[in-house]
Design a protein around this ligand. Sequence first.
Ligand SMILES: Nc1ncnc2c1ncn2[C@@H]1O[C@H](COP(=O)(O)OP(=O)(O)OP(=O)(O)O)[C@@H](O)[C@H]1O
Length: 944
Amino acid sequence: MMSSSSRLPVLALPYPLILLPTARLTVPIGRTLADKLLAILQDSESTQPVLAVVPVPPLADSSLANSSSPPHTGPVHGTTARIIRLVRARTLSAPGAPRHPYLLSLHGLARVRLAHPLDADSQTLDSLSERAVVNPAADQVPPRETVEAFKDAALRLLDRLAKDSVQLQRKDEWLRVAVMVEEIADHRSTWMADVLVAAINGDYQDKLAFLTATSVEGRLRRATELFAKQTSISEVSQKIASAVDESLSRQQKEYFLRQQLAAIQRELQSLHHTNNAQALTGGAQGFGAGGSGSELDDDDQADADDLAELRKKIEALGVGSEERKVGAREWRRLKRIPQGSVENGVIRSYLEWLTSLPWPSAEASLSADHEILKDPGFLTRARTQLDADHFGLDQIKRRLIEYLAVVRLRAMAEATPQIPHTDPDTNASQLAITSGEATDQHCALVPFSTSDNVLRRPLPPLEVSKHPFSKKKGVKGPVLLFVGPPGTGKTSLGQSIAKALGRPFQRISLGGVRDEAEIRGHRRTYVASGPGLIVQALRKAGRLDPVILLDEVDKVGQSNYHGDPGAALLEVLDPEQNHAFNDHYVNVPVDLSQVLFICTSNTLDTISAPLLDRCEVVELSGYTYDEKIHIARRFLLPKQLEASGLSESLLSLTDNALFRITTLYTREAGVRSLERAISAVVRFKAVEWINHIDSVAANGNANNGDAILKGWRKQVEEDELEKILGIPRWDGEEREREERCGVVYGLVVTGMGEGGIMPVESTAISGSGRLKLTGSLGDVIKESGEIALSWVKAHAFDLGITAARGIDPLKVPDPIDVHLHLPAGAQKKDGPSAGIAMTCALVSLLTGASISKDIAMTGEITLRGRVTPVGGIRMKVLGAHRAKVRKIILPWANKKDVEHDVSLAVRQEMQFCFVQTINEALDAAFGKGTLGWRKDIIMMEGRL
Ligand SMILES: Nc1ncnc2c1ncn2[C@@H]1O[C@H](COP(=O)(O)OP(=O)(O)OP(=O)(O)O)[C@@H](O)[C@H]1O
C-alpha cells in the first residue's frame, strides 16, 4: 500500500521524552505553547485534534539516535498523537514550574515521518509549526520466524517481570499480557510490539531506534533485541539483589531505606515549600521561594548542631587522656555508621555521657574547694552551718567538725607540691614545708632544720603515680556512716556537710538495689543500657568532688545471680581502688577519689563486715521528748509555716499543745511523724485562715488589716488537738501496760534502729514440763528462753518455788508446760538481750510475784547466772524514756554506755539498776525481800 502525506502541527519532544504509538504521555508545557494548542483546539472540528510529535535526541546523539535521518540534519521520525487533555497545573508542579504551568496529555497513534527535518528553531517544546508529514504505508505481515522470536523474547521478559513484581496485582497484569502475546495473531504482533516497548523500561536510544524502524520486520527485530536486553538486565539485577540481600547486614539495609526515606522527605518538603510559596504569591513565584517553616521541621540543622557540639566536647577532653582516646574512637565509629540507625543512637548517647562527666583532665573547679578549705574561718563556719540546720546532736557535730578538720588538713597537704628527698642523710638537701598555712600559691619550701621551732614536716619521697588520673590526689577522709532510726537527721547532716564544704550534694538511695549493674552500669551491649547510680550522680553534680550520700547501705541486696551490689559498693568506697572506678557502661576508669562519700543506715546488723570496715560509724540514736519539742519549735514549725504560706504572726502552738503532740501523737526515735503532725495542724489552720479572710471580705473589710486580725485566734491550744489530729495514738498506753504475774517488760531495738519496750508474756498450761516459745523468734532468742528456764529450774529451791532441791517445778506438784510469748508476732525477733526479762517472767510466773509495769530490762544471761552486756543501750534507754518507764535494769558492763551516751536530763528522770548476776536483777525487778530466797543462796553464789 502507498504511503500518504498531509500537513500537521509538529511538536518537538526534548530529550528524554519519547512517545510511541499506543502509548500515553503527559508533559508540562509553557504558556506560549498552551495558547497555540488552545487555538488549534478551538479551530479544530474534532474535540481531540491530532499532532505530529517528534522526539529530539540530545545534540551529541542526534545523528545516532534518529538513525534514519541524514547526519547533521534535524529529526524526522515521530508519532501522530491525539491531544486528550490540556489543563493548568494547580498544586502539582513539575520541575521547571511555573515556566511550564500547563499539562498536556497525548495519546500516540501511528508512526509518522516529516517531509523535512526539524530545523534547530523548531526543536524546543514551545515551538509548534505546521509541516508536511508522510504517513508510512500500512504494515505487512512479518515473517513467521521473526514473529516467533519476538514472542519468545516477549514471553521471557514478561515472565521475568511477573517474577520480580512485588505487588500481586502487577504480577497478574504481566501474566495476562503474556497470555495475550501467546494468542495474538501474526499481523497484530507489531501492534503488540508497540504496546510492550512503550510499557517497559528501556534505553532512550533503544526506544528511538524502535520508533524509527520503518519496516515491520525491522521493528519486530528491534523489539526482540530490546526485550532480550531488558530480560538479561532484570536477571542480572535480580541476581545482584539477592547476592546483596545475603551480604547486606541489617544496618546497611536500614541505611538504604533511610536514604530513600530522607529522599522522599526532601521531595515532600520541597513540594510543601512550593505549595506554600504558591499559596502566598498566587503561584507567581518560582521554586524554592517558600517560607522558612517551623524550627521543629529543621531536623537536619538541629542534628548537625548537636554533632558539632558533641565534637567540641570531645575536643575539650584532656589531650592524651583515656577518655579522649575512647571518645575519638567512638566518634570515628559514629561517622561510619548510618545516621538514624540504632547503633548510631547508641554511640551518640554514649558519647554524650562520656563528654558530660567531670574528668580530672578537664577539671578546674577543685581550686574553689581548696579556697574554702584554706579559709582560716572554715571550721567555725562549718560549725555555724551545722548548728543552723540541726538542734542538739552535740557529740555528733563535734565528731563532724573533727572530720572536717581532717579533710582540711589533708586538702592542704595534697595541694602542696611534692619534692623528692635527694639525700636523706643531709639535712641541707631535705625539704620541708611549713604546715598549716601552706597553700597552692604560698607554700614556702624551706630547707629542713632541726633548730626551727616552726611546725615542720619532712615530705615523703615523691610517689611516681602509675595511674593517669592521680596527678592530684583526692581529698580523702574516712567514709562516714551515720547509723540511726528514720528521721533522726542523717540525710540532712550530709547536706549540711556539703554546704559547709561548698560542694554539690547528691543522694543515692540504695534501698532495694539488688543488681550490681545499678551501681556499676550495664555494658553497652545491653538494650537501653546506661551508667550506674554513681556515675549518674557524678554527672548531675557536674564536679569531680561532690558530697555523695549513699542512703540506706544496710538495704543493699546480697550477692545473687545479678552480681554482688555490695562488692561494687566496696570498690566505690575503697580509697585504694576508687581512683579508677570501673563503670561497665562508661568503660573508662572514673576517678572517685575526690568524692566525699557519706553512708547512712538504720542498723548495723545487716551491713556486710568488709563494708563496715571501710566506714567510720557515727550513731544517731534518737531524740528525747525535750529535744523533739525544741526541734519542733525551732525547725519544724517554721519550715511547715513557710511551706503552707502562713507566718508566725498567724499561728503559734502553746507549749502544752506541742508537748501533747510530741508525747501522745508520735512515739518514734526521729522527728518525721512529729513533722507530719505539725504539718497537719498548720494545714488545718490554713483552711481556717482562708475561711476567716473570706468572711471578713464578705463583710466589706477585706482591706482593713486590724479588722482581719481582730477575730482571728492564732493560738492552737492543747484541747483543740483532738479535733485536728484525732484521738491520741499513745494516750493511755501506760494504763494498758499491765502489772501481772508472768509479764515483764524488756527493751528492744527494732530493725529501723528505734528503741522501745516489749512485753515478755508467760503462762502455765497443763502439760508435761515443756517450754513453748512463740512470737517469730530467732535461734538466739529461743536459746535465751531455754537458758532462762534451765536457770530457774536449777534455782527453783533457792527461790522457794520447790520444796526440795532436784524437783522440777514444771512437773511437781502438777505437770505443766510453760508458754513464753513475745507479742507483735509478725515481727521477727532475735538476739540474746531478752535473757533477764525471760528469766524474770518465768520467776514471776512460778512464784506468783509480779513486777511493776514501770520497770523495763535488758541483758544477756549465762547458765551460771551472770548478766552480760548488750548493744543499743542509748536507743533502748531513749525508747524506755519515751514509753514513760521509770526504772531500767541493765548489765553492769553497760554502765559506761549510759553515762557516756545518755543525756543528763534523761538520766535524772530515770532510775538505773546495773546488775552483774540474775539474783541482783531479780531483786531489782521484784524489790528486795519480795522473793523468798533460801538463806544459803549467798553461799552458793560465792561458790559459783
Ligand atoms: N536535730 C535536728 N534538728 C533539726 N531538724 C532535724 C533534726 N533531726 C532531724 N531533723 C529534720 O527531720 C527531717 C528528717 O530528717 P532526715 O531526712 O535527715 O532523716 P534521716 O535520718 O535521713 O531518715 P531516713 O533514715 O529515713 O533516711 C528533716 O526535715 C530534718 O531537717
